[in-house]
Design a protein around this ligand. Structure first.
Ligand code: ZN
Length: 467
């Protein structure tokens, strides 16, 4: 997925200042949240993760990861310790090389990461990197910078970001492509900070930071054709291996821990278990069984045959913070999410793996994508097609205006993952004053497009920007 994080978003920096010891100084970014809020948000998201993700629950494997993690946690520099943060480590039974951490400390390592690591130092490298995101409070710092108008349901935004797009409809695609700044998708600046602080924590714990660089190389090779999930959440700032190696040289670790007996026996133990499913297999399995039904909130099926009331002729106008005003049919509900808002009729939306799904209605949001309107729109569509492989453009974009601003209107078609039906999409895009991309996506099943298209056009016409 090609997307760029605008430099304007973040006032973070990775100082190149060397201390006497030669260590790079790391400064935590500004944050509008309190550490207690990190703890609360992380705990809520962890409860969701533990409901939705297949934890391995093997005490020997978990115990091992906890011990490696605890050793690193003890070596977090004092200035990055926060009251109430509790670092916990669980193993998720999934095949991809991945790991993620939630604000306040809950941390999850994919089994694939443990299996593919060549040394204990490599596992420690991934954990130290994740611990650094938590200690620097990058999740909430990013949310502080990103959040355009509503905090919304941060828990589900986190989960959507973890689980990724394919089960979602167009909406989750938009949410994720657009908000490169969702909770777990870190900017390159934050990545570099987590690499540097992670290297320092590793060295203080007796590991060689170069093992972190080596694990990143393995992850980069893993993807083959498509980018591994880890890299979409942790983009390579560029000369990663180079600056980690430089930092390692400055830190001078004597006799680093590389391989341990326990590492070897844990890998042997994993080897004897039935292979871990890929994320896609796990998600499809869950969706096919009762799990899927359990997840979808009542009355929000979006399944074939679901009855969806036609758009009411009466309307309701909503002010979305100080960002925009929008008028929609009176029987559409407002569903706020992190960074976007969806308006959809009863039965026309639902939730899937924590991502919102809608089959009828509109979603509006702001994506931080740089470039001209044409380029930014193309990037948004290309991001969408990553999570919606059947998404196709049905013609060129045409010029129009929204609230007097130059805009593009693009028609797309897709096959809904939720229903298997062909659906039509109208995408409107225009640029905000700060250069970010505003989008409005309208969708309906192919057969109902005649009824929905004029409604979607009216909603687009109703938009008024408040800044
Ligand atoms: Zn990262």
């Amino acid at each position: 997925m090609k997307r760029q994080v605008s430099a304007a978003i973040l006032a973070t920096f990775v100082a190149g200042t060397a201390l006497v010891t030669g260590q790079t100084k790391v400064t935590a970014p500004n944050n509008r949240y309190s550490p207690a809020e990190d703890v609360k948000l992380g705990r809520e998201a962890a409860a969701e993760v533990e409901k939705e993700m297949p934890l391995l629950n093997d005490s020997r494997v978990d115990g091992y990861v906890e011990r490696v993690g605890a050793r690193l946690v003890q070596n977090i520099p004092a200035e990055f310790r926060h009251n109430g943060f509790r670092y916990t480590f669980d193993v998720v039974n999934l095949r991809e090389i991945n790991a993620f951490a939630l604000p306040g400390g809950p941390m999850y390592a994919h089994r694939g990461m443990l299996e593919q690591a060549k040394t204990e130092g490599e596992i420690a490298g991934v954990l130290a990197h994740e611990i650094s995101h938590v200690a620097l409070r990058h999740g909430t710092a990013q949310a502080s910078a990103a959040q355009p108008y509503a905090i919304g349901q941060i828990g589900s935004a986190i989960l959507g970001a973890i689980i990724g797009g394919r089960t979602g409809e167009i909406v989750s695609g938009v949410g994720q492509a657009g908000f490169g700044v969702a909770f777990l998708r870190y900017s390159r600046e934050y990545e570099k900070q987590a690499d540097i602080l992670g290297a320092q924590i590793m060295a203080r714990s007796g590991y060689d930071p170069r093992d972190m660089a080596s694990m990143f190389r393995t992850i980069e090779r893993e993807g083959g054709g498509r980018a591994p999930e880890f890299l979409s959440n942790h983009p390579n700032p560029g000369d990663r291996a180079e600056y980690i190696t430089r930092e390692a040289q400055a830190l001078r670790v004597q006799n680093p821990v590389r391989n341990t007996q326990e590492f070897a026996s844990v890998q042997a133990r994993l080897d004897q278990m039935p292979p871990a499913p890929t994320t896609e297999q796990a998600v499809r399995g869950a969706t096919a069984g009762n799990e899927g039904a359990r997840r979808a909130p009542e009355g929000t099926s979006g399944r074939p045959g679901a009855r969806v009331e036609a758009p009411a002729s009466g309307t309701v106008t909503y002010n979305e913070g100080d960002v925009f005003r929008i008028t929609v049919p009176a029987n559409w509900r407002e569903l706020a999410q992190q960074g976007s808002v969806t308006f959809a009729p009863e039965g026309g939306y639902g939730a899937d793996s924590g991502s919102s799904v809608f089959t009828h209605g509109v979603q509006a949001g702001i994506a931080r994508i740089e470039g001209s309107l044409e380029d930014a729109t193309r990037q948004l569509i290309s991001g969408l097609s990553q999570s919606n492989p059947q998404l196709a453009s049905t013609g060129n974009s045409t010029r129009t205006t929204i609230d007097g601003r130059p805009a593009l209107r693009t028609q797309l078609s897709n096959v809904s993952d939720a229903t298997g039906d062909r659906e039509r999409i109208m995408l409107f895009t225009t640029q905000m004053q700060d250069g970010s991309l505003f989008y409005l996506v309208g969708v309906s099943p192919d057969g109902e497009w005649g009824r929905y298209q004029p409604v979607i056009n009216r909603v687009a016409t109703s938009l008024r920007f408040l800044r």
